[in-house]
Design a protein around this ligand. Structure first.
Ligand SMILES: Cc1cc2nc3c(=O)[nH]c(=O)nc-3n(C[C@H](O)[C@H](O)[C@H](O)COP(=O)(O)OP(=O)(O)OC[C@H]3O[C@@H](n4cnc5c(N)ncnc54)[C@H](O)[C@@H]3O)c2cc1C
Length: 612
């Protein structure tokens, strides 16, 4: 009997569905079922796990198992040699090193640890998850199949989101180095739209163009599954093609939310569900920075992490179902006052009158300032994690610049695809700016290197990035390296330049809120009451999330502030003066004028949030 069949010998492990799966794998021309491979030294436990898996997943997966490390490696080696796909490796948690060896044979398989019910810090799941040696864990024994079913669905959906989709809603045809492609890919990735990329230099790209009746000059082109084509589509055209609103059709509302990141979307969920007429205006599509994160591991309720785009897409859908009106691809360009109402002006020339406003416009990445690299943005050089580019980084030499959590997280994610990932940081250590779990993960990852005291001073490449010049800050020596991808995450600047001077900001442009307005020189607060916690210097205009001075730079804190802001909006609307916001002050850097009840009282200034 060939080794691949040996799993079938495990008693109770072979159900009728598994036999079908085996047959399907063996039959000539039949689709090859991906393998779910179980290793458990305890034969009875192995048989039980396999039986449960086969019952539920036997139609779509070939469930295999072994109870000895040697046979496990032999089976997996055989599968690798025969290029048979392995989707999941479910291994007894006491055998982490065996799982690591198995993963070397099948690097795209998701790793699941089977652990006993032990919620102490010594559980193997804690270490493995922290060091990135496993993607998920499952506690045995499970009381009913439902537990296993839910868990497996999570593992398998995370697997499919990282692989080429089997059905493509959209096909992008463009030159390999086209700088518009990352933007198009990013939008589709954020909205979870299955797509494929077909370079003009390949075989399929030109054929697709020909079938669509377009010539090569038309690229980049997006071809829908229904045959509709969009030549070099704008953000608005893309958003419209995805079925979302791109034009605001509301004249007035209770609350205008500016920005559809975690803060804005959460506020929209609460405001709409609490009966406020709510409009969300977003210059791109939903998600904000969080939407670009491949895996957010510290958001409560998701022990194995959650894909940022998915979390945000679901929040957006929730806000929409609650009744919020959401408009994408509409940049807010100004905020004015008119007859006691706030007037939001949009880039398309339209306006929205609102009783209250929440500014949740977050921040953008600071530029590296290397001219040659700026010219290659989108062609191997990316600001942020650029989750949509992950697949394109397969087997490449990738560099990440930054020392915050987002940079650490991007390294670990890219390490699952790239040949090698190098983190470049200017400082002496990562400890001050990066969470320990990420530092541990970076040190443990075999294909990740950390270079401290290193700066990127130049780049090379014509159409696409080919190399970097790195400078050792200690010795001053520069050297060149070849590079297939550069991801830059070096902190940011708030999206607040478009606000009127009446909305007070600090020297870096972050919006001042609450009692900080009473403490900061130049901030105006003229009402005979204290500003509400998230209220700006313009009464009735609130700020939440990363655009606010002192923000934590976390998804959970942006979410919390979004929810809190709605409570404050209600409070403001119940006040008699709500209908009469004062006229804008002449300049945001005006001399200090603190006329409120608490004027003259100084509080210690809060420290800025830690770097991300
Ligand atoms: C790659 C990456 C990974 C991260 N990982 C984590 C993590 O693991 N854990 C964690 O807690 N945090 C993480 N963060 C940080 C977290 O995502 C942010 O703190 C959070 O998204 C801030 O939310 P926000 O709503 O305040 O702003 P943002 O997410 O920045 O959203 C602001 C939105 O406003 C829109 N906007 C801006 N200006 C305008 C305008 N004029 N008109 C209309 N719309 C406008 C923007 O397009 C954007 O969609 C990560 C960030 C990044 C970039």
């Amino acid at each position: 009997m060939p080794e691949i069949e040996r799993g079938a010998d495990i008693e109770a492990g072979v159900g009728p569905s598994e036999r079908r799966a085996h047959a399907a794998t063996a039959a000539v021309g039949a689709p090859v079922l991906p393998v779910v491979f179980v290793f458990d030294e305890d034969r009875a436990s192995l048989a039980a796990v396999m039986a449960d898996l086969s019952r539920r997943f036997g139609n779509d997966f070939a469930v295999r198992g072994e109870c000895s490390p040697e046979l496990t490696l032999a089976s997996l080696r055989d599968l690798a040699e025969r290029e048979l796909p392995v989707a999941l490796l479910l291994f007894d948690g006491r055998h982490g090193s065996l799982l690591a060896r198995a993963h070397e044979l099948h690097p795209t398989a998701k790793r699941v640890l089977l652990v006993d019910r032990d919620y102490t810090s010594t559980s193997p799941a804690v270490r493995a998850m922290t060091l990135g040696e496993a993607d998920f864990h499952i506690v045995r024994p499970w009381a009913d199949d439902e537990v296993m079913y839910r868990a497996m669905s999570e593992y398998l959906s995370s697997l499919t989101s990282e692989h080429e989709p089997s059905f493509e809603l959209f096909r992008i045809v463009a030159s390999a180095g086209d700088s518009r492609v990352p933007e198009i890919r990013d939008v589709m990735t954020r909205l979870h739209l299955p797509f494929g990329f077909y370079p003009l230099e390949g075989e399929q790209g030109p054929r697709l163009l020909e079938e669509a009746g377009l010539d090569r000059e038309a690229v980049p082109v997006v071809i829908g599954h229904d045959g509709r084509t969009m030549v070099d589509p704008s953000m608005a055209q893309l958003a419209a093609a995805f079925g979302v609103s791109i034009k605001n059709e509301v004249e007035s509302c209770d609350l205008a939310i500016l920005g559809a990141g975690p803060a804005g979307l959460t506020a929209a969920v609460y405001a709409a569900s609490e009966g406020l007429e709510t409009v969300v205006l977003e210059q791109e599509v939903s998600g904000g920075q969080a939407g670009t994160s491949p895996l957010i591991r510290n958001y409560p309720g998701f022990p194995h992490g959650v894909e940022g785009g998915l979390l945000m897409e679901r929040t957006c859908e929730q806000a929409w179902l609650m009744g919020a009106k959401i408009v994408f691809a509409q940049q807010v360009v100004a905020l004015e006052q008119d007859s006691g109402r706030h007037v939001v002006r949009l880039a398309d020339g339209s306006r929205l009158s609102a009783r209250t406003v929440l500014v949740a416009t977050g921040m953008r990445w600071r530029r590296l300032g290397v001219a040659r690299l700026e010219g290659l943005i989108g062609s191997g050089v990316y600001y942020g994690a650029a989750a949509g580019e992950t697949r394109a980084m397969q087997d490449r030499e990738v560099f990440v610049v930054g020392a915050g959590n987002s940079a650490g997280q991007a390294c670990l994610h890219l390490a699952g695809h790239a040949r090698r990932v190098t983190l470049l940081a200017r400082g002496e250590s990562l400890g001050r700016s990066m969470s320990q779990y990420l530092i541990d993960g970076l040190l443990a990852a075999p294909n990740v290197e950390v270079r401290l005291r290193t700066e990127v001073v130049d780049g090379a490449g014509g159409e696409v990035l080919e190399g970097l010049t790195l400078c050792d800050r200690a010795s001053g020596q520069a050297h060149t390296v070849s590079a297939g991808g550069l991801f830059i995450m070096i902190g940011g600047e708030p999206h607040a330049q478009w606000l009127p001077p009446a909305v007070a900001r600090d020297a870096k442009g972050y919006i001042l809120t609450g009692t900080e307005l009473l403490e900061q020189a130049g901030a105006d607060w003229e009402l005979d009451r204290e500003p509400l916690t998230l209220e700006t210097s313009l009464p009735g205009v609130f700020a939440a999330g990363d655009v606010r001075r002192g923000a934590m730079g976390r998804v959970a804190s942006a979410v919390g502030e979004g929810a809190t802001a709605v409570r404050l909006v209600h409070e403001h609307l119940q006040r008699p003066q709500a209908a009469t916001p004062r006229a804008p002050a002449p300049s945001r850097r005006a001399a200090p004028r603190r006329r409120g009840r608490r004027a003259g009282r100084r509080r210690p200034r809060r420290k800025d949030a830690p770097a991300r």
